[in-house]
Ligand binder design. Structure first.
Ligand code: GRG
Length: 312
């Protein structure tokens, strides 16, 4: 990865902020590199209709937070982020397929995603399901067959991690409980369960996979797991807040959806102020666990802050 994305030569102050680190420039450079890798991951392949539907959603923009977390964790663990790029792409593919399927009439039934009509609105339901399926399986291909230079046992660990995060113990399990709870009153523990699985599991996997590619040891993997739990929950709390406070134009997806679908959210259970306080506390805790690795942690520390300060 180019020097523009490297964070070397920074240190952090007592608030966990990196000194001498230009997060804006880091984010922009990382996003450009991720966009290029995503574009290259889907070549001139057939059937064209399937390729078009896959490209439509994968290259529709988005914050690219998941691949960037993966690259940043690889760097923190002392690895070369370029070696983690195929895995970073894989994580964005799993995320994108989950958005395509989440938007289907049988699930959230949404018309707008990343500022454009949802996949099934453009390509039809059957093709949207299949484009999602193809992105999910391509994700595993990216790791297993398109990750040159990474030792096989590390790739195997990444495949295992990605499987757990995507399937019943992760996203799918969280989505099932979320759908089952629609229209019911839900307590804070159940809400936390839904979000730790539906949203948190993949964010956690991003951080762990990046570190696994770098060959991180148990201490660091454990610390990163704790960091990821904190930012994962904080991310979802902010998502719930933005659903109430931001417009569809800014979000690029339908605002106010939680209320319409009668979903329990953090603002509903705790109020807006307390929800924001909770997200900030979770982020502060998450940053705290990275203190022993502070010399290389500038991107992950700044990404944690970005989660609570984002407006979309
Ligand atoms: C992964 C096998 C498999 C199935 C998917 C549909 C489903 C099962 C799960 C739903 C998961 C889901 C849509 C969770 C919501 C996560 C979330 C908060 C998405 C928004 O993420 P952002 O804000 O979006 O990072 P951008 O567009 O910026 O990438």
């Amino acid at each position: 990865m180019s020097a523009a994305v490297s964070s070397s030569g920074t240190s952090s102050n007592s608030g966990g902020q990196a000194v001498g680190f230009d997060f804006g420039a880091y984010l922009e450079a990382a996003r450009q590199q991720v966009e290029a890798a995503l574009d290259a991951s889907l070549g001139p392949e057939r059937p064209e209709s399937l390729r078009d539907a896959m490209r439509y959603s994968l290259l529709a923009g988005g914050k690219r937070l998941r691949p960037i977390l993966c690259l940043a964790a690889c760097e923190l663990a002392g690895g070369d982020p370029a070696l983690a790029m195929p895995t970073a792409v894989a994580l964005e593919m799993v995320h994108t397929m989950s958005l395509i399927h989440d938007d289907l009439p049988a699930m959230d039934n949404d018309d707008l995603r990343r500022g454009r009509p949802t996949n099934h609105k453009v390509y039809g339901e059957a093709n949207a399901i299949l484009a999602g399926d193809a992105l999910l399986t391509r994700a595993f291909e990216m790791v297993a067959l398109r990750s040159p230079g990474v030792p096989a046992e590390r790739l195997l660990a990444v495949v295992g991690e990605l499987s757990l995060a995507s399937g019943a113990p992760g996203l799918v399990g969280g989505q099932v409980v979320d759908l089952e709870c629609e229209g019911k009153s839900v307590d804070l523990d159940t809400l936390e369960y839904i979000h730790l699985h539906k949203t948190g599991a993949l964010l956690r996997s991003c951080v762990l996979c990046g570190a696994l590619i770098a060959g991180a040891g148990t201490d660091l993997l454990e610390a990163l797991g704790t960091y990821a739990r904190g930012i994962g929950l904080a991310f979802q709390i902010i998502d719930d807040i933005l659903d109430v406070t931001a417009s569809s134009e800014v979000l690029g997806k339908t605002a106010g959806k939680d209320l319409t679908a009668d979903k329990t959210t953090y603002p509903k259970l705790l109020g807006l102020e307390e929800s924001r306080r909770r997200a900030e506390a979770l982020v502060a805790e998450a940053k705290g666990v990275l203190a022993p690795w502070a010399d290389n942690a500038a991107p992950l520390l700044a990404l944690a802050d970005y989660i609570t300060s984002r407006d979309r």
